[in-house]
Design a protein around this ligand. Structure first.
Ligand code: NAP
Length: 484
């Protein structure tokens, strides 16, 4: 049964036109809460992507000449369209992705906040007048938009991950070709409707759904595309980096994580449990900053495990559109199988399930919030991203050991720790090799700050004063013959 929503489009957007794939082929989009097909989107490929790049390049010629103030106003109007339609946009998001409506509304709201932030940043793209070493010359630098941007996004935040790319791209004066995840294309296509309602010039945002490998390859290898911004898994990020090498593109990579959450003996345990719930079970554990490994110091280990298990067992699992739901389904059957494999591996190696551990009675891709005690280094989740509602809890005794264990991963996106000891707070913060650190807080994302990982969690930052720089080039100008 097809689902209707004023922001839902079953077509791709190329140069202001909503069209199908040349082949006429489509992809089914399903609601993970009940398996219903909610619609179909075009299965586009190389030809449509190339066309979208051409129209984005044509649009760039006039868009780059708009003033920062004009672009800021466009972003503000897009922000207003989102704020006026939070409920319908959130419903569309929940229907295709599964997260509870309250979380979906939060995602739409923070996406709108990113637009506002970048509307403000657009007007602060300052260049410099550099003190000249030559008496008869003057030196300037100016910031210029990089050009056509290719943006590829995942299914877990299908709206806000694009806000963090479209917002700075427009602020800088760039045009873009976006490729959303095939499981959640509608929240991305909704960006086309938001742009239309806000009076964005045609061709500034183009959105192509379909074959990831074909679209990705064209975006990465096409010389007209000057930058690739990607949010998704580290393996796909590596592929895209290789594909971009041929045309030496600027890249931003927001990749996977393996977040540690450390609780020291001195911590306020109840506050740590609160923070743990938010940092672990939000979006059913399917976020790049979700906790992958809990490390709890010996003296408080049992108490923390029991309290977290009790809270996790009380989470209301259900269809995200129903009132009071706190955990929706996982994105699909494959995600459930992955989570089951983590649990099987852990129990074989001595992990003790305190709560959950199996598929939820609701069926489909619902899974019980799970807590596993006695986690050990040999278990799979020590090194691999879980992306599901499992909280493995490891025991530790010494501060220096836990810092080393927390850093023993290829990833370096988010980490969290709880302590009441100020000296320890600084020592541990400085020792952790991560891009984002939450101290006594489990939710830390906001548009004002740079969001980005180190090591194999990525390159570059989204948000903050740094976010717009990813879409700008610095031009140096040397003016001579000025006399002394
Ligand atoms: P994914 O499998 O890497 O897919 C992400 C996007 O890449 C989708 O649009 C996908 O398209 C596309 N894609 C897949 N293979 C491709 C290829 N060969 N060429 C070009 N594009 C390709 O990741 P996911 O499962 O959607 O998302 C989960 C991952 O994203 C996790 O690792 C998570 O940590 C990470 N993530 C990171 C951040 C961050 O800010 N660091 C934020 C959110 C998520 P199809 O859907 O059509 O396959």
């Amino acid at each position: 049964m097809s689902y209707s929503n004023p922001f839902k489009r079953d077509a791709i957007l190329v140069g202001g036109e909503w069209i199908g794939a040349e082949s006429g082929e489509t992809i089914n989009v399903t609601n993970p809460a009940n398996g219903d097909v909610i619609g179909t989107v075009p299965k586009a490929g190389k030809a449509e992507t190339r066309r979208a790049i051409e129209v984005a390049a044509a649009a760039f010629e006039s868009f780059k000449a708009t003033t920062a103030k004009e672009r800021a106003e466009m972003l503000r109007r897009m922000h207003d369209v989102m704020k006026d339609n939070v409920d319908v946009l959130a419903e569309l998001l929940t229907i295709e992705m599964g997260k509870p409506l309250a979380e979906a509304k939060g995602e739409i709201n923070i996406g709108a906040e990113y637009l506002l932030w970048f509307a403000e940043e657009a007007r602060r793209m300052y260049g410099e007048v550099v003190p000249s070493p030559w008496a008869d010359r003057r030196i300037l630098t100016r910031k210029e938009p990089i050009g056509v941007v290719g943006a590829i996004t995942p299914w877990n935040f299908p709206s806000s991950m694009l806000a963090r790319k479209i917002g700075p791209a427009i602020a800088a004066g760039c045009t873009s070709v976006c490729k959303p995840a095939s499981q959640t294309p509608y929240s991305a296509l909704a960006w086309g409707v938001i742009g239309e309602r806000a009076g964005l010039p045609e061709g500034v945002i183009n959105i192509v759904t379909g074959s990831a490998s074909e679209i990705g390859k064209e975006l990465c290898s096409n010389e007209t595309v000057r930058k690739i911004t990607f949010t998704g898994s580290t393996p796909v990020g590596r592929t895209l980096l290789k594909q971009c090498a041929g045309t030496v593109k600027k890249t931003s990579m927001e990749l996977g994580g393996n977040a540690p959450f450390i609780v020291f003996n001195s911590a306020d345990i109840d506050a740590a449990v609160e923070g743990a719930m938010a940092a672990k079970y939000r979006n059913s554990g399917q976020t790049c900053v979700c906790v992958n490994r809990f490390y709890v110091q010996s003296k408080i280990y049992n108490e923390f495990c029991e309290k977290l298990a009790k809270k996790a067992s009380q989470l209301k699992v259900g269809d995200g559109t129903e009132d009071g739901t706190q955990q929706g389904p996982l994105i699909g059957e494959k995600a459930v199988e992955t989570v089951e494999a983590f649990i099987e591996d852990a129990t074989k190696k001595g992990g003790e399930i305190l709560t959950g551990g199996k598929r939820h009675a609701l069926g489909h891709s619902f899974f019980e919030p799970t807590v596993i005690k006695n986690a050990k280094k040999s278990m799979k989740f020590t090194s691999d991203e879980i992306f599901g509602p499992i909280a493995p809890i490891y025991r530790f005794t010494k501060e220096e050991d836990v810092i080393a264990r927390a850093n023993d991963t290829i990833y370096g996106l988010a980490c969290y720790f709880y302590t009441q000891d100020l000296g320890q707070a600084f020592r541990v913060m400085e020792g952790l090799e991560y891009g984002l650190v939450g101290i006594n807080e489990g939710i830390i994302t906001t548009p004002e700050v740079p969001f980005g990982g180190v090591k194999q969690s990525g390159l570059g930052s989204e948000g903050g004063s740094q976010g717009i720089d990813e879409y700008l080039e610095t031009k140096y100008v040397n003016i001579g013959g000025l006399g002394v």
